[in-house]
Design a protein around this ligand. Structure first.
Ligand SMILES: Nc1nc2c(ncn2[C@@H]2O[C@H](COP(=O)(O)OP(=O)(O)O)[C@@H](O)[C@H]2O)c(=O)[nH]1
Ligand SMILES: [Mg+2]
Ligand SMILES: [Zn+2]
Length: 321
């Protein structure tokens, strides 16, 4: 038996499932082996039994965060199988635009924490908007963390001036700093009791924030992200982490690049909350909000009710994808 960093017991032998049904949550998977945290607080390794029922719409995959029903016996001569994946609430999905099939990356996600930095690297409104749109496209609530607040004086004035806009649109904005501790308690309170996923450009401090929230977690940080397993097995896919104080985080490598996420341009207007509200007033039902007469979005842009920066992001996603 080994004890993982978060104090779970990894069962080696003798964990009897009997024939009775039990449930668990998938932590991660490597090469067809799923690590599942059972209700009893034990981590077991399981394999998929044949065709698992749930998730057929997305290729029948079982992913980190999925709640599953197990059968079988662990230990010598035994095998645990995932019999069924339980219905999901909230999934992070890579969209299926341009011939690609939609792909569930993480299941049962409650919120997306979009992390950008004040500086080093500097962020732009377009990057922020793309990540927010990603969250919206999955129907997930999002909050915006602007890390490296200790470098506020290096931030671009235009970028700083934009931050209140996101509050107006309806997103919480939390300036944070791993250096000074600013914002971390607020962020902790917003993450407690939920399953969050952190997305954002690399180098903005996502791993550093998680380490700060959970001393002992010891995620690798720095410009070069070495995905070393340090004795535990190395995962390439998403993994569910249980941090101190009831914070669950699904770590999703590959979410630092939001380009190519493939949101359908026709649906982009529904992914900007303020544009979603305005579009009801457009003269044409299929208004693209690019040039049509009687367009409430263009009108709001004229009057200043819609911020040009947000409209510019909309326009780019609508016309370029
Ligand atoms: N000045 C400053 N540096 C930070 C802060 N948070 C992280 N860093 C540094 O930024 C670099 C990238 O951090 P990392 O957590 O690996 O970013 P990730 O790629 O988003 O996971 C590291 O060198 C960190 O030490 C912060 O709040 N302030
Ligand atoms: Mg990182
Ligand atoms: Zn319109």
């Amino acid at each position: 038996m080994t004890v993982t960093g978060r104090g779970f017991v990894v069962s080696g032998t003798g964990d009897r499932a009997g024939g009775e049904r039990r449930e668990g949550v998938v932590l991660d998977s490597v090469g067809g082996v799923y690590r599942v945290l059972t209700e009893a607080g034990v981590v077991v390794e399981a394999s998929l039994r044949g065709r698992v029922k749930q998730g057929d719409a997305y290729g029948g995959r079982v992913v980190a965060g999925d709640r599953v029903r197990l059968a079988g016996t662990d230990g010598v001569g035994g095998a645990i199988t995932i019999e069924e994946a339980l219905p999901r609430s909230g999934a992070l999905i890579r969209a299926g635009f341009r011939g690609h099939r939609p792909k569930v990356v993480a299941a049962n996600v409650d919120q997306v924490v979009v992390v950008v930095a004040m500086a080093r690297p500097a962020s732009t409104a377009e990057v922020v908007d793309r990540f927010l749109v990603l969250a919206e496209s999955c129907g997930l609530s999002a909050l915006l963390v602007v890390n490296k607040a200790d470098l506020r004086s290096e931030a671009h004035p235009d970028f700083l001036a934009l931050l209140p806009l996101y509050e107006e649109v309806g997103y919480s904005v939390i300036p944070s700093s791993v250096e000074t501790g600013e914002g971390l308690e607020l962020l902790r309170s917003r993450m407690t009791g939920r399953t969050s996923t952190l997305v954002g450009p690399s180098g903005v401090g996502k791993s550093s924030i998680l380490n700060a929230l959970s001393p002992g977690l010891d995620l690798r940080t720095g410009a070069v992200s070495a995905r070393a397993g340090r004795g535990r097995h190395t995962t390439v896919g998403a993994r569910l982490l249980h941090l101190e104080g009831g914070i669950r985080v699904i770590d999703t490598p590959g979410f630092s690049e939001v380009q190519g996420w493939g949101v359908d341009p026709q649906e982009v207007d529904g992914l900007f909350p303020e544009i979603r509200r305005l579009r009801e007033e457009c003269r044409f039902r299929d208004c693209s909000h690019l040039r049509e007469p009687g367009c409430a979005v263009l009108e709001a842009l004229e009057t200043g009710d819609l911020h040009p920066s947000r409209y510019q992001s909309y326009r780019k996603l609508r016309t370029e994808g």
